[in-house]
Design a protein around this ligand. Structure first.
Ligand SMILES: C[S@@+](CC[C@H](N)C(=O)[O-])C[C@H]1O[C@@H](n2cnc3c(N)ncnc32)[C@H](O)[C@@H]1O
Length: 225
């Protein structure tokens, strides 16, 4: 899968390109992350891509032309790419949406800054708006990285089998609790069943704990099922 990112801060993406799960996917040639510096599509000598809002008010707005030109350039290379604008006003990023996006061949992620982008881009050039939650962050880059990471985990072969099966939300429940060495620390013991070697009992214990975890921490997920 291919990710193209339109951003004013391309170097931020080294955070996921160089280390961790996304980097692993890149090294296995299962995905690629390409950044496009929006200022390179500016037509003025100061490389501005924003201007004052019509109607007045605080903040600047990202202009149509450089964004549209950048999207066109990307589409010349990858005609079937889906354009996603990271926005607090978008559809909430969930496990299911990450799975759905992982089935696309390519996505172009538009990262806003300032007050965001001119509405005409959202109306005419964007396929989908995606939000990482009901709060506002200063730019779309962190949101794009969250999306890339969560989608990359769903691409077959990026994670080992065991890792990908057990995560929260995969089967509609939160994950069960995890323990590792030592067996006891400061009087706190690992549950006996996990040391028993009896796999059926361990599986039942984990199922039960996943359900209880969800009932305690996220009743809303159970209601949605
Ligand atoms: C300061 S925000 C602009 C917020 C915009 N004026 C609004 O209230 O809807 C700048 C950029 O950060 C990104 N952004 C902010 N919050 C986000 C969120 N919750 N999810 C995804 N992107 C977000 C968007 O790309 C946005 O254009």
């Amino acid at each position: 899968m291919r990710f193209d990112v339109i951003t004013l801060f391309p170097s931020m993406f080294s955070a996921i390109r160089d280390e961790g799960v996304v980097a692993r996917g890149i090294n296995k040639s299962l995905l690629s992350v390409h950044t496009w510096q929006l200022r390179e599509f500016s037509e003025n000598k100061h490389r501005n891509i924003d201007d004052k809002p019509y109607g007045g008010g605080a903040g600047m707005v990202m202009q149509v032309k450089p964004i549209r030109d950048c999207i066109e350039k990307i589409k010349q290379k990858i005609p079937d790419t889906r354009v996603i604008y990271l926005s607090p006003q978008g559809q909430k990023l969930t496990h299911q949406l990450a799975v759905d996006i992982s089935n696309f061949n390519a996505v172009t992620l538009l990262c806003g800054r300032y007050e965001g982008v001119d509405e005409r881009i959202i109306k005419h050039d964007v396929d989908m708006e995606v939000s990482i939650g009901d709060y506002v962050i200063s730019g779309g880059e962190l949101a794009a990285m969250v999306l890339i990471d969560s989608v990359s985990r769903q691409i077959s072969g990026v994670l080992g089998n065991k890792e990908s099966l057990n995560d929260s939300f995969c089967d509609g429940l939160l994950d069960y609790p995890h323990y590792t060495r030592p067996e006891e620390i400061d009087g706190q013991k690992v549950p006996e069943v996990l040391l028993s070697g009896h796999q059926a009992n361990i599986d039942n214990w984990r199922k039960d704990k996943a359900l209880k975890n969800t009932q305690i921490k996220r009743k809303d997920i159970l209601k949605n099922q």
